[in-house]
Design a protein around this ligand. Sequence first.
Ligand code: 3H9
Length: 703
Amino acid sequence: MTAPVTLTRHGDIALLRIDNPPVNALSPGVVAGLASAVDAFEADRSFKALLVHGEGRTFVAGGDINSFDDPHFSAKLYNGTLARIEALDRPVAAALHGTVLGGGLELALACHYRVSVPTAVFGFPEVKLGILPGSLGTQRLPRVAGAELTLDLIGTGRSIDAAAALKAGIVDEVREGEPLQVGLAFVEALIARSAPPRRLSERSVSLEGLPADFFDKALDEASRRKAFYPAARNIVLAVQASTLPFAEGEAVEARLFEELRTSPQSQALRHLFFAERQASKIPGLPKDLSLRPVRSVGIVGAGTMGGGIAMNFANAGIPTVLVETSQEALDRGLKAIRGNYEASAAKGRLTTAQVAERLGLLSGTLDDASLAGCDLVIEAVFENMDLKKQVCARLGQVCKPGAIIATNTSTLDVDVLAEATGRPADVVGTHFFSPANVMRLLEVVRGATTAPDVLATVMQLARTIKKIAVVSGVCYGFIGNRVAEVYMREAEFLMMEGASPAEIDGAVEALGMAMGPCRMLDMAGIDVGAKTVIEYGKAGGLPPDDSYRAVVRRMFELGRFGQKTGVGYYRYDGRKPVTDPETARVAEELAKAHGIARRSDIGAQEIVERLLVPMINEGAKILEEGIAYRPGDIDMVWTSGYGFPDHRGGPIFMADQIGLPVVAERIAHYASVRGNPYGYWTASSLLTDLASQGRKLSDWTAA
Ligand code: 3H9
C-alpha cells in the first residue's frame, strides 16, 4: 500500500501529494502524513516552494466522515498542521481539481496561493451533515470572500464552480490543463517573481456594505426556519466570530463544531450520508456483470405518473415514447409535461433551449407496437391487478428480446405481474413517487426471478436519472408503503378513539415530519388510499377485522377524496386544511359501529408512540424477512420518500436512539392496553432478540 501522503522533489519545488482514494478524504493517516510532510519541508531549506496536490480524480473532498463517530475525535492535529502550513516562510500553493470540499477547501485556504482547473468545484457541504467547517473554514473564508458570501456558502452547503471561486477571490487563477502541471507551472511563476507568503489569518474581515443587524437577522432566520437543525445557528455564530481576532474566532469555531459533531442531528445526517451510498449496492452480484444498454425508453400510460417518469429520462437525454389508449389522454399527458417544463423555464431553472431539447426527446403514440424498439419499457397504468396483468402480458409479446419490462406498482405483487409477461427474468418493479419528476426516491423491486443484470441495470439507470434507488423484495407495499400501512392503521384507530386529524398530524409534525398522516393522505388522495386497501382485501391480505382502515373506506364512500375534492380528513380553504366536524362525526359513528371505546385523554406522547412504534416493528419484520438488504435502506426510503425528518435519521435510526428495550416495552404495553387479537402489537422476534442482547437494529446485517 502506498503512503497516503508523500513529499517528493520536483526541481526547487517540494511536491506534497495526497493519495487516499476514492476522494482523498482526510483520514487519520492523511492527517498524520500531512504533519510529517510539513516536518520534512521545514527541515529541507533547499526547497523554494511547496505545492499541495491531490492524486486521482479529485483534490480533497473533505474530512473523513467516518472519523466523526470516534469519541476521541479531535481536529487539533489537522488544524495545527494547517496553521503550520500557513506560517511557512516559503510560498505554498494548492493545485485544485475535482471536488474541493469541506476540510479540502480548508487546506487550500491555509495555503498562500490557489490555482484551479476550470472544472473544479468548491464548497462547504458540512451543513448537510449537521456540522460546520471545523478546520477554520468559518474563519479563513470570510477573510477572502467576505462575510455575506461565506454565510451563504456555509449556510446552504451549495457548491460553486471555478469561475465563481475566482470572482470571489477564493482562487488566484484558473488555468486549463492537467492539474499537477497547472500547479507546477503556477509555482514556478511564483518562484520567478519571488512571491512572498500570504496568510489569510493575518487579514481582517470587512463588514463594509452590510447592515448593522446582518448577523442578528441571520441568527433569527436560522432559529426560526431551521429550528430542527442546530448547525444553522452555530454557523452564523461561527462566521460572526470571524470578526474577532483570529485566535478568538478559532476557539469559538472549535466549541461550536464540537457541539454539533456530537449532536443527535448530525449523527442522524451522517448515518443517512452512508445509508444513501450503501443503498445502491446489491449484495452477491458478480463484479464483472455486464449491464444491458438502455438507449431508449417506453412508458405505458401518460397520466401524472407516466408523464413524470418520462420527464426523468428526457432530462437525462434518453429518447422516450409514451403510449396511451386514446388521443385525448395522450394529448393531455403531453400537454402536462410541456406545462411542467415551461413552468421550470419561467422560474429560470431551465433555458428555452433546454425545454425544446427535452420535449424533442419525448414522443407519443397510440400504437404499442412502437415499444418494440425500446430497451426498457415501464408500465405506469392504473393500480389495478387485472389491468396491470393485461398490460404486462402484452408487453411480454411486444418488447424485443433482452428488453427490460418494469412495472410501476406501489403495492401489487411483482412476481404475479412478471409471470404475466411470460418472460419473468426480464421484469423488475420500479416504484416511483409522485411527482415522479421531482421526488428522489425510487424503490426497485426485485422479483423472485428478476435477472441479476436487470436489477443492476435499473440501479445504474437510477443513478443516471438522479434518483436514490433502494431495492425491496416482493411484499405488500414493499418497504415504504408496507411501513406506511401500519402508520395509517394506527392513525385511523386513534381517530376512531377520539383524536382529531389536527392532533394526530400536529404530534408527528412537532417531531419534524413534513406532513402528518391525515394531511399526507388528503394530498395523495383518499380514493387512491382506499382503493389500495380494497384491492388488498380482494387479494386476501387484510386482517379479519372490520374496523381495519374503516375511516379511509368510509371517507371514500362519502366522496371525500382529500384536497382534490376540497374535503377529506380536513376541509380545504384553498390549500389550507381546516378542521371539519364531519370527520369527527364519521369517526365517532365508526367507533360505535365497531365497538371501539371513545376517549378524551389521548395526548401527543401516545399519538407519537402509537404511530412510530408499529413503524419500527414493521421495519424489523422487513429486515427479518429479507425484504430490505439492510436497516439503512428503510431509513432512506422513509426520509427521501415520505417526509420523515432527516435530522432524526429515519425510523430505524430513531429506534436505536430511543433504545430497543424501550421500543419492545412500548409494544408490550400497547398489546396489553389495546388488546392484540389481530397481531397488530406482536413484536418482531428480531427486535426483541436484539433488545435483549443490548444491540441495535442499525448494526444488524443479514446472515
Ligand atoms: C468536513 O470536511 C469537516 C471539516 O470541516 C474538517 C473537520 C476536521 N468521508 O459519493 P460517492 C466515500 S466534513 C468518508 O459515491 P461521487 C463514500 O462513502 C466532509 N468517505 O462518489 C463512497 O464510499 P463507498 C465535507 C467519503 O463521485 C465513496 O467515497 N465533505 C467521503 O458520487 C465515493 O463517494 C463532504 O461532505 C468523506 N468525506 O461523489 C463531501 N466522501 O464507495 C462528501 C465520500 O464505500 N462527499 N466518501 O460507498 C461527497 O459529497 C461525494 O462523495 C463527492 C463524490 C461529491 C465527493
